[in-house]
Design a protein around this ligand. Structure first.
Ligand SMILES: Cc1cc2nc3c(=O)[nH]c(=O)nc-3n(C[C@H](O)[C@H](O)[C@H](O)COP(=O)(O)OP(=O)(O)OC[C@H]3O[C@@H](n4cnc5c(N)ncnc54)[C@H](O)[C@@H]3O)c2cc1C
Length: 319
């Protein structure tokens, strides 16, 4: 049985959490397939993270010290390693970078692809990916029927398990090959210090925020607890915050461990983007607001009382 190949990412000198999440998920899948999990870790300083990946399941860490991101180059490299290793399952992160290179990998491997899986299982020797459909109103279980299965996995959807793998390491001799484009510079949009789609805590503001002058209050809470700031479309359409913060059907799909919705009613379109969050905290004056139906914790109160009080208490607790 061929091994499962997992692709790990490094950004700004740090191992992305999703890399550990899909390593653990890959380990589980590999065990059920009677195979092992090999992690191809791409990025500057990849060698330094091998032990962290071994601790969460990697049987082998294949390092590629590639300094600059280029989706074409990443796809060339991943496909070359998958071919060399004879991988039949390739798991990649459904991150901004992953969304760019993963379809190219599938084409190069002549494989079917499932994007944005939130669950993985095995049936008849093939991986079955569970993914949200119809704006998160239902789930589909999908099996890629080609010889090689390519699947991208949503950040924060998989548990990191401390099941150690064999942890062998190897530097790949494969390279990024020829590319027809070059990224000359990148800049973060909208001023979020933490990427919304990969954040483990998100604090979002809606129409209940009343105006742009009140968003610094949310930013202070975000900074205190290390959260990214999101928003509803009502807040974005009003021009209070940029579209890069919008969560929902026509915004970003997020899946944090904790989503704190402030002054957001919980429309179907908003929930399409955050419904798979692990814990949802709703702060809303209206006890009948639909957001309370999906909230793990609900606070029926004025957000202008609750948010500053939360920030104050978190500051005390976190020092
Ligand atoms: C095709 C389509 C796509 C869409 N895509 C998206 C999308 O991607 N994302 C998205 O968010 N929406 C989207 N929408 C819009 C969506 O239908 C809603 O209009 C929007 O989500 C409402 O935003 P809101 O909850 O902030 O505002 P509202 O529905 O007006 O809710 C504001 C809430 O704030 C509460 N509130 C007011 N003052 C306070 C206070 N002081 N303290 C506490 N609570 C208070 C109110 O009780 C209310 O529940 C889309 C709509 C369409 C038709």
């Amino acid at each position: 049985m061929s091994n499962v190949l997992v692709v790990g990412e490094i950004k700004d000198g740090a191992l992305k959490k999703i890399s550990k999440e899909i390593t653990s998920a890959g380990k589980k899948i590999a065990s059920e397939l009677g195979s092992q999990v090999e992690v191809l870790l791409i990025g500057a300083g990849a060698d330094g993270f091998a032990s962290e990946l071994a601790a969460v399941g990697a049987d082998k860490v294949i390092t590629a010290n590639v300094a600059d991101f280029n989706p074409e180059g990443y796809a060339n490299l991943i496909a070359a390693v998958a071919k060399e290793k004879g991988s039949k399952v390739v798991l990649m992160p459904h991150t901004g970078m992953g969304k760019d290179y993963s379809p190219r990998v599938a084409v190069k491997l002549d494989a079917g692809i499932i994007a944005d899986a939130v669950g993985l299982s095995v049936d008849g020797g093939k991986v079955v990916a569970k993914k949200p459909i119809y704006s998160g109103k239902a789930y589909a279980n999908i099996k890629v029927t080609t010889d090689i299965q390519v699947i991208t996995v949503r950040p924060n959807s998989q548990e990191v398990t401390q099941t150690a793998g064999a942890g062998a390491t190897e530097a790949t001799s494969q390279g990024v090959g020829e590319t027809k484009s070059k990224i000359t510079s990148t800049e973060m949009s909208g001023g979020n210090k933490i990427q919304l789609t990969e954040a483990s805590i998100i604090v979002s503001g809606g129409r209940g925020m009343k105006g742009p002058e009140n968003f610094p209050m949310l930013q202070e809470l975000c900074d205190t607890i290390g959260a990214a700031m999101g928003a509803s479309r009502a807040a974005v359409d009003a021009g209070w915050i940029s579209h890069s913060h919008q969560v929902g059907q026509t915004g970003k799909t997020v899946s944090p461990n904790c989503y704190i919705a402030c002054g957001i009613s919980g429309s179907i379109q908003h929930m399409a983007g955050m419904g798979s969050s692990k814990y949802i905290v709703a702060i809303n004056k209206d006890g009948d607001a639909p957001i309370f139906k999906v909230a793990t914790f609900g606070v029926q109160a004025d957000l202008f009382d609750v948010v500053p009080a939360l920030t104050k208490e978190f500051k005390k607790a976190l020092g």
